[in-house]
Write a protein that binds this ligand. Sequence first.
Ligand SMILES: Nc1ncnc2c1ncn2[C@@H]1O[C@H](COP(=O)(O)OP(=O)(O)OP(=O)(O)O)[C@@H](O)[C@H]1O
Ligand SMILES: [Mg+2]
Length: 406
Amino acid sequence: MILNSLSLTNFRNYVRLEITLPPHITILQGNNAQGKTNLLEAIYYLSTATSPRAETDRQLIHWLAERDVLPFARLVGQVTKGGEALQVEITLMKGQNGNSHAELTQKGIRVNGVNRRVSELIGAINAVLFLPQDIQIVDGSPSHRRRYLNTLLCQIDPRYYRALHKYGQVAFQRNHLLRRLRDRRQDPEQLSFWDRQMVETGAYLLARRLWLVGRLNEVIAGIHPDLTGQQEHLRLAYESSVELAQPARAEDGLQLALSLEAEGAAPDVARLRQAFEEQLAAKRPEEIARGASLLGPHRDDLRFLVNGTDMTIYGSRGQQRTAALSAKLAEVEWLHQETGEMPILLLDDMVSELDPARRNYLLAMLARAQQAIVTTTDIEGFSPEFLQQATLYTVREGQLEPASLP
Ligand SMILES: Nc1ncnc2c1ncn2[C@@H]1O[C@H](COP(=O)(O)OP(=O)(O)OP(=O)(O)O)[C@@H](O)[C@H]1O
Ligand SMILES: [Mg+2]
């Protein structure tokens, strides 16, 4: 997959940008605070309609545009994949009554000129974004690891995306009701409705995540030993708040997910739903006492086990960084297998973070990619051979200029 051109209007510090991008490797070099990360964020936003670093879409609109009557930002990307051309356009429009509520930012998505929902954008552009803070997947809170799994699944499965949103709403409503029950202001029987909703959507999330973890383990087995000079073996283990027998092999998880998709009453699915339902019933008094939903995919975690040791708790800094890098590299490989297309690789300031062995591994992968866009403050970190293959741009105050090697 190749992004041929990108056009930005009022996106972050880019008032106006029109660029064409070559295949293979592009290096964006620039001092701090010039717009390197913003550019990768823009491309990633065209892929997923979300940003990993903005709390609200409103933050993405250029500050200067705030003065306009109708502040907006627009991103347009032209890609080729499998020989076909595709145009994705996203417009962010600030609400008209000038009040500061984030939800007033409206998002309009068009694929080849046709209005689409976020769930219909899925699969149009696939990109993997590497950030220095990716180490949080391993050393951060469980929410970082859940986000890692959610991000991957949302890139290929519109139903997962919809289920995730529904689940979030259900959990919100259910928590609200649990708090009222705690204060004895409601009939406990009302909870049964929300239990059913939670089990319905939650079981799908669970099945898909189990399947994904199985697939990632297959891919990681071919990555992590190479990254560590055959010293380490990394295995991911899904830690579910709902107790269930985990599928030993990826195909079992897939079977589970697919049979859920078909709404069939396969015994595995029935067992999964039943386990969730029974455990919810048993937890009910505690949930009411605490006024919170204590079971389900929103409470789950992912373990990174290196030679059996949990990296989140016991990993050294370097081990955690390497495990996180393996997780990201696995994302690339998995997306490639799943979609038949090599995703666009976006690497933010990664090269300075790594020791020579891991850096070489990463650079070798870039050389295999159809397209990779790499930012750096300093091109000295790259070998002359690598620079030979790359197209170089300088980023300065929200502008890009073609540059040549020194
Ligand atoms: N909505 C916005 N409107 C205008 N400018 C913004 C907006 N959001 C962020 N910026 C500014 O954009 C500038 C560039 O940010 P960016 O994160 O892309 O820098 P960078 O080139 O990656 O720098 P570094 O090397 O430090 O990572 C920052 O100074 C930031 O304050
Ligand atoms: Mg940056």
